[in-house]
Design a protein around this ligand. Sequence first.
Ligand code: FE
Ligand code: FE
Ligand code: ZN
Length: 276
Amino acid sequence: MLRIGCHLSSSKGYLHMGREAVSIGANTFQFFTRNPRGGSAKPVDEKDAAAYRAFAEANGLGTILAHAPYTLNGCSADPAIRDFARRTMLDDLQRLEYVPGSLYNFHPGSHVGQGVQAGVEMIADMLNRILWEDMRTTVLLETMAGKGSEVGGSFEELRAIIDRVEMKHKLGVCLDTCHVSDAGYDIAGNLNGVLEEFDRVIGLDRLKAVHVNDSKNPLGARKDRHEKIGLGHLGTEAIVRVINHPALRNLPFLLETPNELDGYAAEIALLKEAYR
Ligand code: FE
Ligand code: FE
Ligand code: ZN
């Protein structure tokens, strides 16, 4: 069965997201843990989390993906900004224990001229300070488009971070189809080749989720502008190959396309229909 969902607003809590997901034919979803610009989060509503867990169980909702605010930067040149990223991620991870077994995805960061090596070391250092043995969440590094000084635009950079983290068993990777294409990996034209390279550099066993997005820009553009499925440079056929690929087909697929709920419902229906 295809595990598919989309990005939803978390402002009304877990149960609301669960109901919304079911209403558009989804069986998983993604949400920001707090305002994407990085503001403070409301206290965890334990009743809402408990009601959601029961609803998810009754309605077949699978593993969900929490997304860190994309403005966090664990490899900033400013120690106060690095510290804020670390404290925010730790707080997010502690709160996610109310929905055990979830995935937590974050953008590795931007080294802002300090160099990839320095960035990799600071990101790994942050992870080494926040992961703990009994946590029930898996933390995912997202494949990035490589715009500006983003770390994570190549599989080698993600591998270098993972290599420096002590609790590697708490780590995975989320592959974003728009980002990897923008980073120069020809996922539309050579899916097998890209996955072979992922396997050789990182290992496909690390791959825990896929962000399914078309791209407004061509291969290697390094822009990171998502497009609706079929309207961008990847195209519907390439996306259909992604969801059906033997190495990917059992992973959760999350749409982050520029859509409202009805648009997401249509893309979910399209991909369910195309799943073999
Ligand atoms: Fe992301
Ligand atoms: Fe993404
Ligand atoms: Zn993106």
